[in-house]
Structure formats: C-alpha cells, structure tokens
Design a protein around this ligand. Structure first.
Ligand code: ADE
Ligand code: ZN
Ligand code: ZN
Length: 284
C-alpha cells in the first residue's frame, strides 16, 4: 500500500515536472481554447460538445493540454508540437522545415494542424479516425503553432537550450514563453486569476484588435485552415521578440516582460480566433 502511494506520488511529480516542458503551459492552452469555444457557430458548438469526452463537461479548455500529457507514451506524437527552421533564418518553409528528426515530411506542428483538420472533416460520416482525439490534438496544436518559439531555431531546440534568468530564477528561454510571461502577468495584473486574464484578452479582441480579426480568420478559399501562415508569423515573432535581447546567460526582468506581454497576449488571441474559425469551417 505504502509502496503504491509512493509510486503514485513519483508518477504525479514526474507528470508535473514534465508536463510543463512543451507548448504553452496549461494556462496558455486553456486560454486559447476558451477564447475559441466562445466564438463557435451553433453547429460547431454542437459538434464540439458531441466530440468532447464526458469528463470535459463541455469545456474545451479543460482538455487542451491533453496532447502534452500523452506525448511521453505516444512517442510518434512528440515531433508534432513544433517546427524548427535553420538557425538564424527568420522565415519558415513547409517543404524545408516540416519534418521530424528522421526527415519524415509533414511531421511537424503545421502538418499536424492540417492532418487533424482533415480528419475532423469526416464528422458525420463513417470514419476510421478517433475524432475525439482529433479535436483534442487540433485544439492543442493550434495553440502550439502560435507560441513563437514553437517555430524556433533547430540547434537550440526552439530556445530550450538557451539558459537565462527570469528575474532571479534560472530558466530556459523557451519555458519563459511557454509559462513564465503568462504566469507573471496573472500574478501581477490579474490577482492570479486565469479567467480575468482571459477576459482581458477577449476585450482586446473586440476593441483594440477588432479591425484585424477578419484578417486573422481568413485563409486562401481552398483551405480550411492555414498553419503555414501561422508558422511564418511565429518565426518572425521569435526573431523580433523572443530571441532578441535574450542571449544565453541574460537576466530577463521588467523591460523584457512588459514589452513581450503584448506579443504573448496577441498570439493567444490569434490562436483562439483561428481555432474557432477553423472549427466553424469544418463543422459548417
Ligand atoms: N524540441 C525541439 N524543438 C522544439 C521547439 N521548437 N519547441 C518545443 N520543443 C522542441
Ligand atoms: Zn504542445
Ligand atoms: Zn513549448
């Protein structure tokens, strides 16, 4: 009995430690998905409700980090969380960059968004796919492709290998963008309340950014989703904001935090708006 408890504690601690290493953290993914769910058409909202597992209680935000939890045993899925470009080249090209470590084409976050969108188009048909998993993967990867350092440089693994200090704490630059900027914003400005931060972003979508939202939603008419565009913006933001003034060994404090928070807020907003637009196109 005691041994079981210890083992369970070990597994839970390991999940907590590992759980934060990829994608936006739990909060970033939940924010993206809650924004998305609030913008669904009636038919898309109905389809999402039908596809969500019961335990989600019709809250898409509650399952948006599921893909991060399963990547440690569904090994084939690990490469689908990011797309890295050649070092210091601040642009993204599908044919050049969307591959896994073995060079298998399409196995990156952009290919994953395309693939799970295609699977979900089978909704209402007799299908071989697990559409509940397809929805949870798509919702997660749409968030990841909007995290600028998920379209980062190859040799530093999207800045996972860039060591910095976040204020006084040792951290890597990738984690700063997955978790720390969001966490610090919540603590400092929103009473550590994720809903208040989400609502502030929602308000920006309807006010400050309202004249850009149509453009965010729009893809080439032949496409249901356009992750190449999202990834190109990502590596641009990575170069212009994430890597900039944050070399190995730097100490990142208020200057960096306050100038990058608007970029993080924008990318969370775009991820949510585009996940909704994609689901609305899929489910009619
Ligand atoms: N592993 C390698 N590159 C990565 C990236 N850009 N993001 C997350 N994990 C990675
Ligand atoms: Zn991820
Ligand atoms: Zn990450």
């Amino acid at each position: 009995m005691e041994y079981c408890k210890l083992q369970l504690l070990g597994i839970v601690s390991l999940m907590l430690v590992l759980g934060n290493t990829q994608g936006w953290g739990e909060d970033g993914h939940a924010i993206t998905c809650r924004i998305a769910q609030s913008r669904l058409s009636d038919s898309a909202a109905e389809a999402v409700k039908n596809l969500l597992p019961k335990y989600a209680q019709n809250d898409l935000g509650s399952v948006c980090s599921w893909a991060d939890r399963v990547r440690f045993y569904l090994h084939w899925s690990a490469a689908l969380h990011f797309a890295d470009t050649p070092d210091n080249l601040c642009n993204y090209q599908y044919d050049r960059d969307c591959k896994d470590q073995n060079g298998d084409k399409g196995r990156c976050v952009v290919g994953a968004v395309k693939n799970y969108t295609d699977q979900l188009l089978d909704y209402g048909k007799d299908t071989q796919y697990n559409l509940t998993q397809a929805l949870m993967f798509l919702s997660h990867f749409m968030g990841d492709v909007h995290q600028p350092l998920h379209v980062g440089f190859t040799s530093d693994k999207g800045a996972n290998l860039v060591n910095v200090h976040w204020y006084t704490k040792k951290q890597n630059l990738h984690h700063v963008w997955d978790v720390n900027i969001i966490e610090t914003a919540e603590e400092r400005f929103y009473d550590s309340n994720i809903d208040d931060f989400t609502n502030a972003i929602q308000e920006n979508i309807t006010k400050t950014w309202s004249n850009q939202v149509k453009e965010w939603e729009t893809c080439n008419p032949s496409e249901t989703t356009c992750p190449n565009k999202y990834a190109s913006e990502g590596i641009n933001a990575a170069c212009q904001w994430a890597y900039k003034d944050a070399p190995e060994g730097s100490v990142l404090e208020d200057d960096y935090f306050l100038s990058r928070l608007p970029v993080v807020s924008l990318r969370l907003a775009q991820g949510g708006v585009r996940l909704a637009a994609t689901l609305n196109r899929i489910f009619g």
